[in-house]
Design a protein around this ligand. Sequence first.
Ligand code: PXL
Length: 277
Amino acid sequence: MSYKKILTIQDISCVGQCSLTVALPILSACGLETCVLPSAVLSTHTAGFTGYTFRDLTEDMPAIRDHWIREGIRFSAIYTGYLGSTRQIDYVASIFQTTGTDDCVKVVDPAMADNGRLYPGFDGAFVEAMKGLCAQADYILPNITESCFLTGLEYRTDYDASYIDEHIGKLTALGCKNIILTGVSFRPGKTGIMVVEEGVKRYYEHELLPNSCHGTGDIYASAFVGAFVRGKDAYTAAQIAANYTMACIRATAEEQDHWYGAKFEPVLGGLIQAVNG
Ligand code: PXL
């Protein structure tokens, strides 16, 4: 295999098993040299903790980008997650344009919302800027809530295939090239991933586990990117990531107190096997 260098841009939540503390180990386990650009540093993530610190690193971004350009550093893939400010999105777009190899794969997880609501601190201006970034990506990984904010569609928990087709139509109209829509559930007890690549739709349905954990969107996106950049096709990478995420949720279910994240570490071995299989 050619050794791939990937850049991931998302926050460091010092405690909470999400964003960079998840992406870095997962991408490394997938066999990728992983470089990071922290978008912000928080004492914890924002879902369930109160009084967390938040340092926005927007101001550091242009100097970091310019140093990489001077050093001739180029990435085979760039994957973005939770970003720290609306203004930062312009810097991320310029990092796409200036630090990618000619065939750089750009993946955007528009990590900004879940369960029908934006995360604390995000607003309409951020959503507008995120639409532009999604249009520049090769692959986007929204959940249904994020897709609602990107497309203006109403958030629903009960829907049929035509609702999902509307999402895909509107995301495509925004300029999104390939879409991995997560948390798509057509029947009780099941959920899945709708993969739309070059206009071709494929659905991977799997069990809906009774417990859900914070941070599984980041686990899913990181495992998808890891498998995809290692050469799996998008549908296979989507399956590998879904199976791994389920293993993480199962590993977490045993401990009631572990409410703030998913125990992704003990089941990394299964992901490594799947990616190398
Ligand atoms: O998992 C997404 C995420 C990432 N980073 C921070 C968050 C969240 C979700 O709440 O708060 C800081």
